[in-house]
Each structure stands twice: as C-alpha cells, then as structure tokens.
Design a protein around this ligand. Structure first.
Ligand code: ADP
Ligand code: UDP
Length: 235
C-alpha cells in the first residue's frame, strides 16, 4: 500500500502529492474547471472522478500499444498513482479538424477538415497564457533537446493515430487534444491526463460536443457529456 505524503503542487484541475516512494506521485483529480486562461472558473460535479477513470482507461490502452506513460494505477475515485517526472514545459496540441484557438488564429470555420494533422507547441506558462511557440523557440530557450522534440513528436503522432481509432470505435471523433510529456530516468514518457478536459470529442453522427467546450461556451449538460464519454471508454 502506497502512503500519501505532502502536497507539492495544486493546479487548476489536479493536486499533486508525494508518496513514500520517491519515484511515485499521486495525482488527485478535482472538480474545478477553468477556461480561457482561467478567466472563467467553475465546478463540474464529479468531473475529477470521471476524468480519473477516463484517463486511466486511456493510459492503459496506450501502454498496451507500446507508448511509455507515467500511469501506474488508479488508487481510488480521485487518486491516480503516477511516476514522478520532470515535466517538459511544452504542451503538444494536435488537431484533426479546426476548432478553438486555431479558428481564431486563422479565421477558420469550426469543423473545417484539415488535410493533415496539425501539431502545435505551446509554452507551458500560465502568466503568459501558454503562448504558441515553434521549434526555434524551444531550441533557443532550451526547453527541450532536439532529440527530446523528435521523441515527443513521434509519440504524439502515434498517439493521435491510436486515439483517433480508439474513439472512432466508440462513435466519437477526436477533433483535437493536448499532451504533456516528462523526463523519467533519462527517458521521455507521457504524463498528465487525457480526458474531456484536454480533448475535443464530437459524437459521430450528431456532432454533439462531449467535452469541456460545453463548459467553455455554457452549452449545458456538462456532467452528462463527461459521463457519456466515461460510459463509452468503459465498454
Ligand atoms: P495546471 O498546472 O495547468 O493548473 P493541473 O491542475 O492539471 O494543471 O496540475 C497538474 C500538474 O502536474 C501540471 O502542472 C502537470 O504538468 C503536472 N504533472 C502531470 N503529471 C506529472 C508527473 N507524472 N510528475 C510530475 N508532474 C506532473
Ligand atoms: N488544451 C488543454 N489545455 C490547454 C490548452 C488546450 O487541454 O491549456 C486542449 C483543449 O482542450 C483542446 C486542444 O488542447 O482539446 C486545443 O485547444 P485550443 O488551443 O483550441 O484552446 P481553447 O480555444 O480551447 O482555449
């Protein structure tokens, strides 16, 4: 049995605790929701419980497909045991269709097909609003080595292929998503979470949004959307 230690970090959606094993941390999933660089704040009832389960299922799937992840096991409703990594301060965003900030950036219509997936890098910095950067910024600021960038890019496109198919089987379209990677014993592994907080998922057939856009844009039935995703990934 792993013992919870002290709180090391409280973020917008999760709290991180040490454990009695120096290589492991506990991620506690909260119900707090934020959007637009935390300008909008709220609570989604039981979101933490649902995202812990959804993320766990997805990490299990990706691990089985050969992607190294920080996931050890789900401990209870809200706690996930993970390997302690040094987070690479880059958010890797993949887009299969235009939505969100890409529409604002390039004046595109939401839902416009993209001829090939778009990969964006954002600098993980709350006070700057996670600005869009490119590989030259990463190199110039030494946010990651060239080899780390190549490894993260390789994993990210592989994960996109795997998750597009995983969700399609559940009649969900993976529109876009965000990944974070970390350094663990000199290797790059997938960290953080994959959930309706970090993915856009549209129901195939109806186009219904089953993700955090329901909170961002006050579309209603927010808890129901997360519950629907959980029920599908639990099949
Ligand atoms: P934010 O920091 O954006 O408010 P969260 O509320 O999700 O985000 O907080 C979780 C924090 O823990 C994030 O900063 C994330 O990068 C970090 N994190 C995720 N997985 C790990 C891990 N395995 N080891 C160390 N830190 C992690
Ligand atoms: N995303 C995320 N965390 C962030 C920024 C984006 O999980 O800090 C996810 C978001 O849920 C979406 C994708 O990355 O699935 C692309 O988000 P976008 O850049 O469109 O930002 P938004 O307009 O949603 O703020």
């Amino acid at each position: 049995m792993v013992q919870r230690g002290h709180k090391v970090y409280e973020g917008k959606a999760k709290i991180i605790y040490t454990t009695d094993n120096p290589d492991l941390l506990i991620q506690y999933f909260k119900d707090d929701a934020t959007a637009f660089n935390a300008a909008k704040k709220g609570t989604i009832v039981d979101k933490g419980i649902m995202n812990n389960q959804i993320s766990s299922k997805i990490f299990e799937f990706l691990s089985a497909q050969g992607i190294p992840t920080h996931f050890e096991r789900r401990l209870n409703d809200r706690d996930m045991l993970v390997k302690k990594v040094e987070i690479v301060p880059i958010e890797m965003v993949v887009r299969n269709k235009a939505a969100g900030s890409l529409c604002r950036l390039l004046g595109l219509k939401e839902g416009m097909a993209l001829l090939s997936p778009v990969l964006e890098f954002c600098y993980k910095c709350d006070s700057l609003g996670d600005p869009l950067i490119n590989e030259y910024h990463i190199r110039a600021l030494h946010l990651a080595t060239d080899q780390e960038i190549e490894t993260m890019k390789g994993f990210t496109f592989k994960i996109n292929d795997l998750l597009k198919e995983f969700f399609a089987k559940l009649k969900l379209e993976l529109v876009d998503f965000k990944l974070e990677f970390g350094r663990y014993k000199d290797k790059i592994i997938l960290a953080d979470e994959i959930s309706p907080d970090t993915c856009r998922l549209w129901e195939i057939g109806t186009g219904k949004k089953l993700d955090k856009d329901r909170f961002r844009h006050d579309l209603g039935e927010i808890e129901e959307a997360y519950r629907e995703v959980l029920s599908r990934v639990s099949r």
